[in-house]
Design a binder for this molecule. Structure first.
Ligand code: ZN
Length: 239
């Protein structure tokens, strides 16, 4: 019986290790996703800035060609004004030229402002791109490290699984049945130690008589509170 109890304890320890390893692997994959998201967000930011810059440049070019068109119109009106017969038509031509000049002056003011914006945006974009390269390199390094860690953890998980299979073969069928039953009820943990008369599964006190019996290690005992299989874990100075 003592040997069987020890086997069950070993089985439980392996299951605990398997559980911890799985939690760790999940956390690694979360970290992986977070890094990817960070890179994608940055990429998105650069794409947005690039599109803003392109829009600014397009607007600038449109203003530029409008100015050219207006200049051509002004030139044409000036040429025509020489052959105008009436004063009224002459005044009208002058007014048109004035308006075109005013329009161009407004357009050119806007273009000066746009040029300033374009310059700033180009500078900021260049900085972001440099930062993106740096961050991408850093993320690649971090991902490599995570992958390495994950591979190691997966290897140990395989090892734990093999150990579990090997050890479970040495458990008596009736003991295994109890183990699995208690595991189902105990939130996945079947076997817990009792330290100084306290069950480590539920932190409740074990009755003194049960605690005394437990120390003999000659039969399977269950915690009266959480129903898990319990075993005695002696203190350094306890005997
Ligand atoms: Zn308990």
């Amino acid at each position: 019986m003592r040997e069987q109890i020890e086997i069950l304890i070993k089985l439980q320890n392996i299951e605990t290790e398997i559980g911890n390893t799985k939690v760790f692997l999940n956390r690694l994959s979360e970290k992986f996703k977070t890094l990817d998201a960070r890179r994608n967000d940055f990429d998105q930011l650069i794409a947005e800035e690039t599109s803003r810059l392109e829009k600014l440049k397009r607007k600038y070019r449109e203003c530029e060609s409008e100015v050219q068109i207006n200049l051509a119109k002004i030139k044409k009106s000036q040429e025509k004004s020489g052959s105008i017969k009436t004063n009224k038509d002459y005044q009208a031509a002058l007014k048109e030229i004035e308006e075109l000049k005013k329009k161009n002056s407004q357009l050119q003011d806007g273009m000066v402002e746009d040029l300033d914006r374009i310059e700033k945006s180009e500078k900021s974009l260049a900085e972001k791109k440099a930062e993106f390269l740096r961050v991408t390199r850093q993320i690649t390094d971090e991902k490599e490290a995570i992958q390495l860690e994950a591979d190691q953890k997966k290897e140990s998980l395989d090892r734990f699984d093999k150990d579990w299979t090997a050890i479970s073969k040495t458990v008596r069928p009736d003991m295994m049945k109890k183990f699995l039953m208690v595991k189902g009820k105990g939130g996945g943990i079947a076997v817990v130690p009792v330290k100084e008369a306290v069950c480590q599964g539920c932190n409740m006190n074990i009755p003194p008589q049960l605690y005394n019996e437990l120390q003999r290690l000659d039969s399977l005992k269950f915690c009266p509170h959480c129903q898990r299989l319990i075993y005695w874990e002696k203190r350094e100075d306890e005997e």
